[in-house]
Design a protein around this ligand. Structure first.
Ligand code: ATP
Ligand code: MG
Length: 440
C-alpha cells in the first residue's frame, strides 16, 4: 500500500475526549471515527487490525470443531418472548418497529436465535455435540459508553453456542472453549486470566471471564500471581480428549482468581500474601454453561439413545474483537505510539522514503516495496513528500513492527536502515540483506 494513495487520517493533536491511552492512540492513528455516541466506523488501518484479530479468533474456534455461520443483527421480538427475556432485558436492548408495526430488536446476543435454528433441524443425539458461532455486530444501549471501542453501544462479538445431550458433554464443550480462549488471547500477544464470574442476565451455572490485567480496566480483580506464568495449551492440543481438556481446565482453575462480584475475601486471604495480585482488569471474553435455560422454554430437544426426548444442554461463549483491539494497545504501547504484536499488526513492514523525489531513494524504495510485497508481506510504503521527522513520528505512532528507512546518504552506499519498533534498535545493512531478512 502506498501511503500517498491510502486513507489514514492521522491527528497531530491529542483528542480531548480520549481518557485512556488506547482511545487516544486509535483516534490519533486514524483507526476509528465516532459516528454517534458509542457507535464507530473502523477506518482502513483499524479495519486491518480488526480483521487480523478476527482471523485468529476464527482459526482457534475452528480448531475446536466449532462451525461458523452468520446470523442477522435484527431479530424478531417473538423469539425473545418465548424465552422470557424480551421484558427482562431492560433498557440495554434497542427495540425497533418495522413498517407493519411488528416489534423487532437489534440483537444484544443470540441465544434465542441459535436455539431456534437448532430446534428447526436437529432431532437426534447423533448430531451432537454441535457448536455454532458467528462474528457479528451487537447493540447494547450501555448507560456509559466510553473509552472508544472498549465500551461502545454497537460492538462486534464472536459468539459461539454449544449443544450437548448431557451435562457431562456440555462440560467438555465448555472446556474446549476454555482452552481455545487461552490460545486465542496468547496469539494476540495478551495474557488473559480466567476468573470465576457472575452469570448476569444470560443466566447459568458455570461461568468464567477472561481478564487482561491493565490499570485502565473497569473491573476490580483478585488472583494468584502464578497465573501470569502458566503454560498455554499447545497447537496440538487434542480437543476431543475429555481428560486432556479437563486437565487444562483443572490446572487453570486450581488457584484463586475472581472478579469483584464473585470475590471471596477469606479465600483470597488464604493465598500467601506475596502471591496475591489485586489489580484492575479488562474483560475480553466470557463463557457460560447454562444447561437447559433456553432449550426448555423454546422446546429444543433431541431423541437420546434411550429413545426418549431430552432438552439439550447449552453454553455460550463470547469474545469482543472491537474491545480486544484497544486492550492490545493498552498492553503494548510507549510514548511514541502503538507497538503491535506481529500477529495483528496492520502492516508487517513500513518502508520510509526519507527523500521522495530523489531518484536513488525512490528506486531503492520501489525495489524493496516490490520484493517484499511479492514475498507476501503486507507493506506500507511511505512515498509522501512529508518531512522525514513527520514520517518517523507516523511510523512509530501506527506501530508497524519493522521500519525500513531509505535516506540519501545510506542509499548512496547501497544501504538502508532497519528499525525494530519495539526495541528501537537500528541496523544498517545492504538493500539486499534488508530484503532477504524478511523474505527468507
Ligand atoms: P461488560 O461486563 O464489560 O459490560 P458483558 O459481561 O455484558 O460485558 P458479555 O455478554 O459477557 O459482556 O459479552 C461477551 C464479550 O463481548 C465481553 O467479554 C466483551 O469482550 C464484549 N463486550 C461486551 N459488551 C461490550 C461493549 N459494550 N463494547 C465492546 N465490547 C463488549
Ligand atoms: Mg461478561
Amino acid at each position: 500500500m502506498r501511503l500517498s494513495r491510502y486513507f489514514m487520517p492521522i491527528l497531530k493533536e491529542n483528542p480531548k475526549e480520549a481518557e485512556i491511552v488506547s482511545h487516544r492512540l486509535m483516534l490519533r492513528a486514524g483507526m476509528i471515527r465516532q459516528q454517534s455516541q458509542g457507535i464507530y466506523s473502523w477506518l482502513p488501518l483499524g479495519k486491518r487490525v480488526l480483521d487480523k484479530v478476527n482471523a485468529i479468533i476464527r482459526e482457534e474456534q475452528n480448531r475446536t470443531g466449532a462451525i461458523e455461520l452468520s446470523m442477522p443483527t435484527l431479530q424478531s421480538a417473538e423469539l425473545w418472548q418465548e424465552s422470557g427475556r424480551y421484558d427482562a432485558y431492560g433498557k440495554e436492548m434497542l427495540r425497533i418497529k418495522d413498517r407493519q408495526d411488528r416489534p423487532m430488536l437489534y440483537g444484544p446476543t443470540n441465544e434465542e436465535m441459535v436455539t431456534d435454528i437448532f430446534r428447526s433441524s436437529i432431532k437426534s443425539y447423533k448430531d451432537l455435540p454441535l457448536n455454532l458461532y458467528h462474528i457479528q455486530l451487537k447493540f447494547r444501549d450501555e448507560i456509559r459508553p466510553r473509552f472508544g471501542t472498549m465500551r461502545s453501544r454497537e460492538f462486534m462479538m464472536k459468539d459461539a453456542y454449544s449443544f450437548d445431550l448431557t451435562r457431562e458433554g456440555a462440560e467438555h464443550s465448555y472446556n474446549k472453549m476454555f482452552a481455545a480462549y487461552l490460545r486465542t488471547f496468547d496469539r494476540l500477544g495478551l495474557r488473559a486470566i480466567p476468573m470465576r464470574a457472575d452469570t448476569g442476565p444470560i443466566g447459568g451455572k458455570l461461568s468464567h471471564e477472561f481478564i487482561i490485567l491493565a490499570d485502565t480496566g473497569e473491573s476490580e480483580v483478585f488472583c494468584h500471581k502464578d497465573f501470569v506464568d502458566f503454560d498455554i495449551p499447545g497447537e496440538h492440543t487434542d480437543f476431543d480428549s475429555v481428560e486432556g481438556l479437563q486437565a487444562i481446565f483443572d490446572k487453570w482453575t486450581s488457584l484463586y482468581a475472581a472478579t469483584s462480584e464473585m470475590h471471596d475475601e477469606a479465600a483470597f486471604n488464604a493465598v500467601p500474601e506475596g502471591d496475591r495480585l489485586s489489580a484492575r482488569g479488562i474483560e475480553v471474553g466470557h463463557i457460560f454453561y447454562f444447561g437447559t435455560k433456553y432449550s426448555e422454554p423454546m422446546g429444543a430437544k433431541v431423541q437420546g439413545p434411550d429413545g426418549k426426548e431430552h432438552f439439550v444442554h447449552m453454553g455460550s461463549y463470547g469474545i469482543g474483537p472491537t474491545r480486544l483491539v484497544p486492550a492490545i494497545i493498552e498492553a503494548s504501547h510507549d510514548d511514541n505510539g502503538i507497538i503491535w504484536p506481529a500477529s495483528v499488526a496492520p502492516f508487517d513492514i513500513v518502508v520510509i522514503n526519507m527523500k521522495a523525489g530523489d531518484q536513488a531513494c525512490d528506486d531503492t524504495c520501489e525495489l524493496i516495496y516490490a520484493a517484499l510485497t511479492k514475498a507476501g508481506k503486507d507493506v506500507l510504503y511511505d512515498d509522501t513528500d512529508d518531512r522525514a521527522g513527520t514520517k518517523f513520528a507516523t511510523a512509530d505512532l501506527i506501530g508497524v513492527p519493522v521500519q525500513i528507512i531509505a535516506g540519501p546518504r545510506a542509499v548512496a552506499n547501497g544501504e538502508v536502515e532497519v528499525k525494530d519498533r519495539k526495541t528501537g534498535a537500528r541496523e544498517t545493512m545492504t538493500i539486499e540483506a534488508a530484503i532477504n531478512r524478511f523474505v527468507a
